[in-house]
Design a protein around this ligand. Structure first.
Ligand code: NAD
Length: 383
């Protein structure tokens, strides 16, 4: 449906999540023309290239190709900085998986290179562009919960209890920049910033509970072997939003099971959002002393599309933004702000002082509503 020239894109880092990106970027968004993919392990890029009918390339070939405008960085967090920096220096816009880098210095350097060169950095997560959290935004903006006063964001996981596949597939969750505050915190912070705006001050506690673990699950192939954590795996933070709302952010990978919570409490109502790691799912609204109302964006053609797994939606939004010369929604400012929140909480825990945020961030523009199905849905990005 693109009436404008599609944007040529290449993906670097052909691991687990690259499959969803490549599937959606090749099939869902006409604005994206996916040229090829690369990986330091060539078998991986070969396999993805064959699967999606694109070229197997090297990083250098991608950086040198003058036609490629966006590099999608789906490497693991320890490689985000080097790949993003190399792509920016080669003159490419970059859309990177969370988070922008490992250290604040690296992140600041990337932001400054992008600004100096007039290039864009787009930052995952993009789930807040999905039908669920866009509907939540519409509810808040319509005043249905009155003035938001407090927010609860909580993700509890049990990585030490995981089965045979997960810890093998995601070793980065134990490495610097990849622990649950960075890995999962990004979904919750982007959702909170989208709903409530920028954050002024943070404080809290963070620690690495056990630095060495034994695989306890008898079904795990490395049963009884040990693994090491080199990143916080427990963080509880308090957030003060610019608009006055208070919030808490809890990210723990040391408990049992999977608990995603995102709740906003206002002067006139309560909004319980879908899991911010998903694009859709029911959301619940209770107003005054009334009963709970369910908003299933699946069934009610109420507001927005993209309620299914749509990773890559942020890349498509950035591509439309490039062509239409407007800001992209998964912005560098938002990604940097979320990254600073986590670092600020860790810093506050060390110093015992409240951390004043140095970065500012506006709420991204909501997606226009009404574009709910099929290729028609993409028209919501063309504005
Ligand atoms: N796995 C998931 O479910 C999931 C979901 C959403 C987002 N993410 C995010 O996506 C990113 C990647 O996660 P993943 O699970 O796919 O990791 P992964 O380890 O499976 O894949 C990363 C790939 O990047 C490659 N790589 C590393 N350095 C490189 C370099 N310099 N040049 C080229 N390739 C390089 C690796 O060889 C590997 O194939 C992470 O930031 C993660 O937070 C993952």
């Amino acid at each position: 449906m693109a009436r404008v020239k599609p944007v040529k894109v290449a993906l670097v880092g052909c691991g687990a999540i690259s499959k969803a990106y490549l599937r959606n970027m090749t099939q869902k968004f006409s604005i994206l023309d996916v040229v090829g993919c690369s990986d330091v392990i060539p078998e991986r890029s070969k396999s993805r290239a064959e699967e999606f009918g694109i070229q197997q390339l090297t990083n250098e070939q991608i950086f040198q190709d003058p036609n490629i405008e966006i590099v999608v960085n789906t490497t693991y967090p320890l490689a985000h900085y080097e790949v993003t920096k190399a792509a920016l220096l080669a003159g490419k816009h970059v859309y990177s998986e969370k988070m922008i880098a490992v250290t604040m210095d690296e992140a600041r350097e990337l932001v400054s290179i992008a600004k100096e060169k007039g290039l864009r950095i787009g930052m995952a997560t993009d789930t807040f562009l999905g039908g669920g959290l866009q509907t939540a935004r519409k509810i808040i903006d319509a005043g249905l919960i009155g003035e938001p006063l407090s927010a609860v964001a909580m993700v509890i996981r049990g990585y030490h209890m995981r089965g045979e596949k997960e810890t093998e597939q995601m070793p980065f969750v134990m490495s610097p920049g990849g622990g649950i505050p960075f890995d999962m915190g990004g979904y919750y912070l982007h959702a909170l910033i989208h709903l409530l705006g920028g954050i002024k001050r943070v404080t809290g506690f963070a620690k690495t509970r056990e630095k060495e673990y034994i695989y306890e699950n008898p079904r795990h192939p490395r049963y009884k072997e040990s693994f090491k954590y080199d990143t916080p795996n427990m963080l509880v933070g308090v957030l003060e939003f610019e608009q006055g709302c208070y919030g808490t952010l809890t990210t723990v990978s040391e408990a049992f099971g999977e608990t995603p919570r995102l709740e906003i409490y206002g002067t006139e109502g309560i909004l319980i959002c879908n899991d911010p790691n998903t694009f859709g799912g029911p959301i619940y609204l209770k107003r005054n002393n009334g009963s709970w109302n369910e908003f299933p964006p699946y069934e009610i053609p109420l507001t927005h599309g993209y309620t299914d797994e749509s990773r890559g939606l942020g890349v498509a939004d950035m591509a439309w933004a490039i062509r239409n010369n407007r800001p992209h929604r998964c912005s560098m400012e938002m990604g940097f702000h979320a990254f600073e929140v986590i670092h600020g909480i860790i810093e506050s825990c060390k110093t015992g002082k409240v951390y004043e945020m140095t970065s500012k961030c506006q709420r991204p523009a909501p997606l226009p509503s009404g574009y709910i199905s099929g290729t028609y849905a993409e028209a919501c990005l063309d504005n």
